[in-house]
Design a protein around this ligand. Structure first.
Ligand SMILES: [Zn+2]
Length: 114
């Protein structure tokens, strides 16, 4: 029997913004254009769950482009303030919601006494 199991990692853009980041080329803090991505696993192209955010960083001074830079406190100094502004896209949780649904129904039915 042939069985195709398609899964992998996908990315979807979240937002674009300007941040002050340390540029490895300029070796100083510079304004950079950042394109943020939500990285998620998928099975048969259905998103399972998001696991991290990464960024494409373009230095505004020297033009250095960096791809798949982890979006964390190492990249952005005020990360703690801004991380709330950039959330994973809702659809990247679809798989987790589908998996959780029977359990949620079971808990509700159990609570109702069925
Ligand atoms: Zn630079």
């Amino acid at each position: 029997m042939l069985f195709f199991f398609t899964y992998g990692i996908e990315k979807t853009p979240i937002d674009m913004a300007d941040f002050m980041v340390k540029c490895p080329s300029c070796e100083t803090d510079q304004w950079a254009e950042i394109m943020l991505y939500s990285v998620y696993s998928h099975v048969y192209y259905i998103p399972l769950f998001p696991h991290e955010k990464d960024a494409m960083v373009v230095c505004k001074k020297c033009g250095l482009r960096r791809y798949a830079v982890p979006f964390n406190a190492k990249l952005i100094s005020n990360y703690a303030e801004v991380k709330q502004l950039y959330r994973h896209k809702w659809f990247t949780y679809i798989g987790a919601a589908i998996i959780a649904l029977p359990f949620v129904l079971w808990i509700i039915l159990a609570a109702l006494g069925y």
